[in-house]
Design a binder for this molecule. Structure first.
Ligand SMILES: NC(=O)C1=CN([C@@H]2O[C@H](COP(=O)(O)OP(=O)(O)OC[C@H]3O[C@@H](n4cnc5c(N)ncnc54)[C@H](O)[C@@H]3O)[C@@H](O)[C@H]2O)C=CC1
Ligand SMILES: O=C(O)CCC(=O)C(=O)O
Length: 395
């Protein structure tokens, strides 16, 4: 299902349950501004290549808009859907931000570092007058990282003067926050703990399957492993691996850190990547692409809990099938909100000209995640009672 159709469908359903005025519902669905720009750069071999970049600013009613994704499937609908999700996410996290998302349709793994730098700088030149410390603050998402943010910051600063708070998720030496790199995965784990506690369970002793081993997936896997969870299967774009006794996550991180590819790791058996999401486990964490759980594979999912660490991994058809099966789904706009929450802490530190210790960042993140869980839980209960649903959104 098209990602924008899916996220809008979810929003409409929530709006109706809340009894939102139809005009307000419409106004909240229409983005504040959509930007589409041509980015032509010289490649290392001297040829020219053209890419399309997008920035969708969805809503700024609660504060500055807030990720930038590099992926071949990036298009206006995808960026729109992700921007919309940011608006709901920053509200759920209760941080003073609105929602935005940017993206460039490109395969970052096929570009050299210097080509990526030129592409990022050209994109920034095209959008610099539409972003800003108090208007729209980009951050890393799929295919982008602290280096990408450093290029945006440098290019932006050529036009507007040194402005560290214009991007978050940047390198520590340039004003980045301690703890931001791990924040989304750490937030996912805090969210998982909050959910499991409702069922009298904890991470220790449960089995986990994780799709995606980039920023979010690798940190989530590491923190689950540290807490005694057993990661029995894991996958990324290269393939998937399983080990019923639990995969040695620190060893796989070391293997990848030394330039290895996940599928070549020797401490686990190769498996069909299509089987990953339906592999036997207690907790499934999709940490990669959107729409991976759909009407084709949802009936075969064995997990009891799904933690939406990726943005919109479950399409509405799958949501319905999984809920009917009694699977508990922790939604993306809460589960992965740890990243933007620590982005907010970074922005606050930049504006104050002050740096927090990592312990403070992690403690504050835990407080925000716990508080958002409590509020969302209350809201879900209220809506369940009001709607007369037989199944609570919590299973
Ligand atoms: N980086 C952040 O702070 C946040 C990221 N997210 C979401 O989390 C998800 C992952 O983001 P990051 O970890 O930052 O991206 P990343 O670029 O660091 O890693 C992406 C991972 O997904 C894997 N992947 C790509 N295509 C795949 C496929 N077809 N099958 C299996 N795996 C595949 C890649 O191999 C890689 O391991 C995305 O949905 C993103 O929107 C959400 C909130 C914040
Ligand atoms: O850190 C941020 O501002 C944005 C993180 C992000 O891309 C997301 O939550 O989807």
């Amino acid at each position: 299902m098209n990602s924008l159709v899916a996220t809008s469908r979810n929003f409409r359903q929530a709006a109706r349950l809340l009894g939102l005025d139809a005009k307000l519902e419409k106004s909240l669905l229409i983005p504040f501004r959509e930007i589409k720009v041509e980015c032509t750069i010289p490649m290392d071999d001297g040829s020219l290549a053209s890419f399309v970049g997008f920035r969708v600013q969805h809503d700024n009613a609660r504060g500055p808009m807030k990720g930038i994704r590099y992926h071949p499937e990036v298009d206006l609908d995808e960026v729109n859907a992700l921007a919309q999700l940011m608006t709901w996410k920053t509200a759920v996290a209760d941080i003073p931000y609105g929602g935005a998302k940017g993206g460039i349709g490109c395969a970052p793994g096929e570009l050299t570092k210097s080509e990526l730098e030129r592409l990022t700088r050209v994109f920034t030149q095209k959008i610099h007058d539409l972003i800003g410390i108090h208007t729209d603050v980009p951050a890393p998402d799929m295919g982008t990282n602290a280096q990408t943010m450093a290029w945006i910051l440098d290019e932006y600063s050529k036009f507007h003067g040194h402005s560290p708070a214009v991007v978050t998720g940047k390198p520590i030496d340039l004003g980045g926050s301690l703890g931001r790199d791990a924040a989304t995965g750490r937030g996912v784990v805090f969210a998982t703990e909050a959910l499991l506690a409702e069922y009298g369970k904890s991470i220790s002793g449960l089995t986990f399957v994780i799709q995606g081993f980039g920023n979010v997936g690798s940190w989530a896997a590491q923190l689950v492993h540290e807490r005694g969870g057993k990661v029995v299967a894991i996958g990324d774009a290269s393939g998937a691996l399983r080990n019923p006794n639990g995969i040695d996550i620190p060893a796989i991180i070391k293997h990848k850190g030394a330039g290895g590819v996940l599928k070549d790791f020797k401490g686990a058996d190769a498996m069909d990547a299509k089987e990953l999401l339906v592999h036997e486990c207690d907790v499934l964490m999709p940490c990669a692409l959107g729409g991976v759980l759909n009407r084709e594979n949802a009936p075969d999912v064995k997990a009891k809990y799904i933690i939406e660490a990726a943005n919109h991994p479950t399409d509405p058809d799958a949501d319905e099938i999984l809920s009917k099966k009694g699977v508990v789904i922790l939604p993306d706009i809460y589960a992965n909100a740890g990243g933007v929450t620590v982005s907010y802490f970074e922005w606050v530190q930049n504006i104050q000209g002050f740096m927090w210790e990592e312990e403070k960042v992690n403690n504050e993140l835990q407080k925000y995640m716990r508080s958002a869980f409590k509020t969302s839980r209350g809201c879900a209960e209220h809506m369940t009672a009001a709607s007369g649903w037989e199944l609570s959104p919590w299973g």
